[in-house]
Ligand binder design. Structure first.
Ligand code: PSV
Ligand code: MN
Length: 401
């Protein structure tokens, strides 16, 4: 290697290591449980059947990758007793060394929510939804969780069946009341999704609606971008750039997809898109970056859950490392001079660089397994949990998470 080559490698190592030292991505508790499609689900022996098993799995992922010290909780699935379950979660945090992360209220499973939750025409139902949101804020406070993540499944299936405008006003009311309950260090993240389960109109269908509702709710409300929640061809990185510019980007639910909200593992279909999104993040100011919650939102139907989750965290680390290699100064110069092809090549060359040797060295230096997926296979953890959980899984056909 020439001196220049050695210097470049050293600079890359430095950039990658510093990026990885700060990179954290939250795993979802529901990603370890048996989930399926609308048509059915295929049970996995190793799937988590209790909240303790979810914590155990999450702690394994963190031990293997060094990047996922928190686990997102879904209130109804993980704290069915509500606030009363907080002490049990505290005990699990202590036992497994991973903490509760974002708190996800559930406003989509109760039978009362057939025609909506916070946008339901019935004030009683809206009140119930608000009560659940306020409970979730309290749960988050008790757990020291910064973020309450709201996904509102409300919508309608047929034109004329509901008043889109009256529903906006109802949502504003409930979101403002939820915001008012937030502590000084808490936030609420508003997630959008164009369709599913509603197939005509969804009450929070895109980033504009989420942004406006968040702004009206108050300064602690930000937008949550789930990468699977866009129409084909949407320029997600442009949305990210806008939200950063407006100080309104709260975080991400990462996953990949080919057709709709497919919950495929991150980067499995379009790693370049993830890279383009992460470029917007690494080129943001450090203070802006600190405000962004990176979270995974995937339920693995076919792949082994542990394997898929480790693979996802590893992919996120690699793509973040790649994005950190973009020569931002040179890129800005080339952009300003409108040297288009050179600018594009400067951008793309970071994407095409194989960062895996740098990431591997970083893992070894930090006392982590050099190859997390291989280490998972060698640990025998999946076989062990499959043996232990097989019976419980066989009995759990009817429960969702
Ligand atoms: C809805 O598709 C979503 O993305 C929301 O974030 C939910 O909380 C999550 O998936 C799990 O259903
Ligand atoms: Mn999501």
């Amino acid at each position: 290697m020439t001196t220049n080559g050695a210097g470049a490698a050293e600079r890359s190592t430095e950039k990658v290591w510093s990026a990885l030292d700060s990179f954290r991505i939250e795993v979802p508790s529901w990603g370890f449980a048996n989930t399926g499609t609308r048509f059915g689900k295929f049970l996995q022996d190793a799937a988590a059947t209790t909240i303790e098993e979810k914590f155990s799995d999450a702690s394994q992922v963190n031990a293997l990758t060094g990047a996922s010290p928190t686990v997102a909780l879904h209130v109804l699935w993980d704290l069915p007793g509500g606030k009363q379950d907080v002490s049990a979660i505290h005990a699990l945090e202590k036992k497994y060394g991973v903490r509760a992360g974002s708190i996800n209220p559930n406003l989509f499973q109760d039978q009362g929510y057939k025609y909506g939750s916070i946008a339901n025409p019935d004030p009683e139902i809206r009140k119930n939804a608000l009560t659940h949101l306020l409970d979730s804020v309290e749960i988050a406070r008790a757990l020291g969780s910064k973020d309450v993540s709201l996904w509102i499944a409300d919508g309608s299936n047929y034109p004329g069946a509901q008043s889109v405008r009256r529903r906006i006003a109802w949502m504003e009311e409930v979101l403002a009341a939820t915001h008012a309950a937030l502590g000084s260090d808490q936030r609420m993240l508003v997630e959008y999704k164009p369709f599913e389960p509603a197939f005509y109109h969804t009450d929070i269908a895109d980033w504009g609606m989420a942004l406006e509702l968040a702004r009206r709710a108050g300064p602690k409300a930000k937008v949550l971008v789930d990468t699977g929640h866009h129409y084909q061809g949407t320029n997600i990185e442009q949305i990210v750039a806008w939200l950063l510019h407006l100080g309104a980007l709260g975080g991400f639910h990462f996953n990949d997809r080919k057709y709709a909200d497919d919950d495929l593992t991150l980067g499995s279909i379009d790693p370049y898109q993830v890279f383009r999104i992460l470029h917007e993040i690494v080129s943001a100011r450090e203070s802006e970056r600190a405000e962004i919650a990176f979270m995974i939102d995937q339920s693995h139907n076919m792949k082994g859950k542990m394997e898929a989750m480790v693979q996802t965290v590893v992919t996120a680390q690699e793509l973040y490392a790649k994005a950190s290699l973009i020569d931002q100064e040179r890129l800005a110069e080339l952009q300003d001079a409108c040297r288009l092809v050179e600018a594009e090549e400067c951008f793309r060359s970071a994407f095409w660089q194989d960062v895996r040797p740098f990431v591997r060295e970083w893992r070894i230096a930090r006392g982590l397994p050099a190859d997390p997926l291989e280490a998972l296979a060698e640990s025998g953890y999946v076989e062990k949990i499959a043996r232990e959980r097989k019976g419980a899984n066989a009995q759990s056909v009817s429960s969702y998470a």
